[in-house]
Design a protein around this ligand. Sequence first.
Ligand SMILES: [Zn+2]
Length: 352
Amino acid sequence: MCRDAFAPISGVMTALHPDAAAPFVLDSHIDIPWPDRGDAWRDTPARQVDLPKLAQGSVSAACLAAYIPQGLRDADGHRAAWARVQAMLSTIRDIAVRPADAPQIAVSVCDSTNAIAAARAQGAIAIILAVENGYAIGEAPERVAVLRTYGVRYMTLTHNGHNALADAAIARADLGDAATLHRGLSVLGRETILQMNRHGVLVDVSHASRDTMVQAVETSAVPIVASHSCARALCDHPRNLDDGQLDMLRESGGLIQITAMPSFLRKGGGGTLVDFVRHVAYVADRIGINHVGISSDFDGGGGIDGWRNAQETPRVLEALRAHGFDDTELAAICGGNFLDRLKRAEEHAGQA
Ligand SMILES: [Zn+2]
């Protein structure tokens, strides 16, 4: 498939960066504690991300994921996954309801880039909904439309373990997985991507196998994203994207959000903020500044020396600045690029 060379949509960035001193900062992958403990408004050491920490860390927008653990690919498993994802998405939406004794923090659950821009203008933290694991929808691609009514803006095709839609990067032998189940996407997986395109939900290939990712690039009419992955050339881990995959992102307009997972950043673990910046710079050098962003995977295993919780997010910007990225590049990396892909998904879906 042949596509035009990638060029950013004009206007998206300028709408969100009126003040270069306070860049728009978006963390594209955060988990939530589950079962919910009702502590999102409390600054508690039990969470790496809560609303006070987002506010203290000047985080403009946070993608909160409803994570569905992979289970058996049977009717009971699919029924449980569908119930859980809806319960989690409802809980994430309810985050905007401030408890009576909570601090005054402006929060807005945002279903669109217009809503994110409005939140930004009001100084409110934008909460963006995501689903981690296409297992959530079982064998029913039409459920993507329901997820969109909850405000979902991206879904990873898989988690660890193959599901009915696609093969994962990491098979689950404990669930009976062989190395491959579908050799990439299944027929249902392809139909799901079409539904995601139709409804303005970005296709997320983090956790997907290489074949799944390649086929998703070919299938999706909207650029794909990897919401939390790193560069395999710097750290040989199956969750990371190799140089060929990075080049595919460049050619298709895709995006990789480097993530603060120690074992993805440095072989054997122990990755730090220095390694994080090295991965960002590597991707920027290889495929361009418009194809890379940042994510924490906080409350889902992420967290590195230098960026341990949302409150420390300004240190990421400092480190990127110290590396030599200028304000325009920083704005693209720290949120502009992800916003651009959300906008593209909306335009394709006729929602913009
Ligand atoms: Zn993940």
